[in-house]
Ligand binder design. Structure first.
Ligand SMILES: Cc1cc2nc3c(=O)[nH]c(=O)nc-3n(C[C@H](O)[C@H](O)[C@H](O)COP(=O)(O)OP(=O)(O)OC[C@H]3O[C@@H](n4cnc5c(N)ncnc54)[C@H](O)[C@@H]3O)c2cc1C
Length: 558
């Protein structure tokens, strides 16, 4: 087994960390295994640093597996005058489309123009001209016939005057995080999940490390570093407040519904305005299903509980989609799964609740901010799309502590090494091979060549192959069943009841790869089903959980 694959063995990695803890001073420890932390691990490793990333739960467990999955410039941000953010994001979108085809894919959008609705076609198309100019290609057009017949069958036609088609991109957010971590590891970076930063260690008023806790064994130990990066997204203030910093994060929840594509087949991501509050919302095709999103609400619940959709949000999203597609008549009974994520939005008024409520969530800026408190460098905000630029900004601040770091070439450099085509003996379509190549990097040919033919067939209505589940179990630090079904693959979101049809097939695979006995399998299964019911289902299904089930699901999922 190669070094890289061995590097994703968690038990080995943990024991190396514990044994070397007293004698190792890392250049940098990154706390948080979402896209922000992963991006910092990658760029810092490319700059030649000795870097460790620790994640308290699973990689991409936070916002980075629960986003709307758009790799986009954010047309809406351009509309609200956030030109720089849009420009950066469009440039990054183009870079990712070029470097990761198959994992980051073009997605066509469509917005209907209705009489008296703002923005009308003229304003909207002017915005798109700027948007396309930034991206360096003309990518939009106005459509004035055949909209309901060819482009978006079933779309509301009352007062429909025309539509604009434009282009952005879409990804699998959790897989993007894994791909970035894998690339980082190939550049010498180290990442480990289920290891949380408990306390920031200060020596003579300067940060010199973190006290960490292994979430599997409960063991605690100290790790030393020249600089510690706090990339904990919605949790950013928790570590900062250990150093008495003022609160800066306004956690905003966004929720989604997933329905089977046959209930609302879409060729485009359709953008529309919600009839009640006129917020822009959307429905888009993703992984052979249709995702309906999203909301933008203050999230006042405990951040240590996973977020979940509320009944009001379900009603809001259903009202919106049924207004836009009246014939579709989407109801709760069509919903396969739901998910909710917390946006780590930076707000000047985060510490003043009264003042905070004066700014509507959707009016808060989405740019990232960086703070340096005694050598704890915290970063929050921004987008999935802009993770590379966020990482570069963090490294510029960290350079104060790491003067030998080589940042010069990183700005223009490719983020991902080109992967040579390797002969694969397979029944797969070239598009499937391209996806696997972008998703698993240089390991894609091992994944394919080591699979039996029957493992190369998609599971149910998804694009996921059984061979990918096997690969992840063996090589991607899966600790719990939910890591495998909710983040390494998205089976838990895409198949009914979290993919229960697969459990019989999965049991021997998990037991072999992870050495689980029958009792452990049963425990994992009930943990997983609790998580699905509590956090990825409709609220009415949650009510069916007994109090005891709820507390055990919380305990395992926190
Ligand atoms: C509903 C929604 C829709 C979105 N849609 C889009 C979109 O379409 N396109 C786009 O570009 N962006 C989108 N975003 C924004 C984007 O998803 C986020 O900006 C991004 O994922 C934030 O990543 P992060 O790594 O900073 O935070 P997170 O992904 O939340 O990661 C932080 C991690 O830190 C870990 N952590 C916390 N405390 C500790 C600790 N003490 N020790 C160790 N680890 C710790 C957490 O477990 C978590 O995994 C969306 C966000 C949401 C919520």
């Amino acid at each position: 087994m190669s070094h890289v694959l061995a590097g994703f063995n968690r038990a080995q990695r943990l024991s190396q960390l514990q044994q070397g803890a007293d004698n190792t001073v890392w250049d940098m420890i990154v706390v948080g295994g979402g896209i922000t932390g992963a991006g910092i691990l990658l760029t810092a490793s490319q700059a030649g640093l000795k870097v460790l990333l620790i994640e308290q739960q699973d990689f991409a467990w936070g916002a980075s597996s629960k986003s709307s999955k758009m790799v986009h410039g954010g047309l809406r941000y351009l509309g609200s005058g956030q030109y720089n953010m849009t420009k950066d994001a469009v440039t990054e979108r183009e870079k990712l489309l070029n470097e990761l085809p198959g994992l980051v894919n073009p997605l066509q959008f469509l917005m209907g123009h209705y009489k008296y609705q703002f923005p009308g076609p003229l304003v909207f198309n002017s915005l798109l001209t700027i948007y396309d100019w930034i991206g360096g290609k003309r990518n939009h057009s106005y459509i004035n016939h055949g909209i309901a017949d060819f482009h978006a069958p079933g779309i509301e036609q009352n007062k429909l005057q025309g539509a604009t088609q434009f282009a952005d991109a879409v990804t699998d957010d959790a897989r993007l995080v894994m791909r970035v971590l894998q690339e980082a590891q190939e550049c010498g970076g180290t990442a480990i999940n289920y290891l949380s930063a408990e306390h920031i260690i200060l020596t003579a008023d300067a940060v010199t490390g973190v006290n960490v806790a292994d979430q599997v064994s409960g063991q605690k130990f100290n790790l030393q570093a020249k600089v510690v990066i706090n990339a904990t997204g919605p949790w950013t203030d928790k570590l900062r407040q250990q150093l008495h910093a003022k609160k800066a994060i306004r956690p905003l929840r966004g929720s989604h519904l997933i329905v089977p594509s046959w209930r609302l087949p879409l060729a485009y991501s359709v953008s529309y305005f919600h009839p009640e509050d006129k917020r822009p919302i959307f429905a888009f095709p993703w992984e052979n299903s249709t995702v309906i999103g999203t909301t933008d609400l203050d999230h006042d619940s405990d951040l240590d509980q996973q977020p979940c959709i509320s009944q009001n949000e379900v009603d809001y999203l259903l009202t919106g989609i049924n207004k836009q597609f009246p014939q579709a008549d989407i109801t709760e009974s069509d919903v396969i799964s739901t998910y909710a994520g917390i946006r780590p939005v930076v707000s000047n008024d985060a510490s003043n609740k009264k003042q905070l409520k004066k700014t509507k969530p959707s009016d808060e800026k989405r740019e990232h901010s960086i703070w340096n408190e005694q050598g704890l460098i915290s970063v929050a905000g921004g987008k999935l799309t802009t993770f590379r630029l966020i990482a570069l900004d963090v490294l510029k601040v960290a350079q104060h502590y790491l003067p030998d770091m080589n940042l010069i070439d990183l700005q223009a450099a490719k983020l991902f090494q080109t992967i040579p085509d390797t002969p694969v003996d397979s029944i797969l379509h070239p598009q499937q091979i391209q996806r696997l190549k972008s998703q698993y990097g240089k390991h894609y040919s091992h994944l394919i060549n080591n699979a039996e033919h029957n493992e190369l067939r998609p599971i149910g209505s998804t694009n996921t192959l059984l061979a990918e589940l096997k690969w992840s179990l063996q090589h991607e630090m899966v600790v719990h069943l939910d890591d495998l079904l909710l983040r390494r693959t998205r089976i838990g979101l895409l198949l009914a009841a979290g993919g229960e049809q697969l459990f019989g097939q999965l049991q021997p695979l998990c037991q072999t790869a992870l050495h689980w006995n029958e009792g452990q399998w049963q425990q994992e299964l009930s943990r997983y089903q609790g998580i699905i019911q509590r956090y990825y289902s409709l609220p009415k299904h949650r009510q069916l959980l007994s109090t005891q089930d709820v507390s055990s699901a919380n305990a395992v999922a926190n």
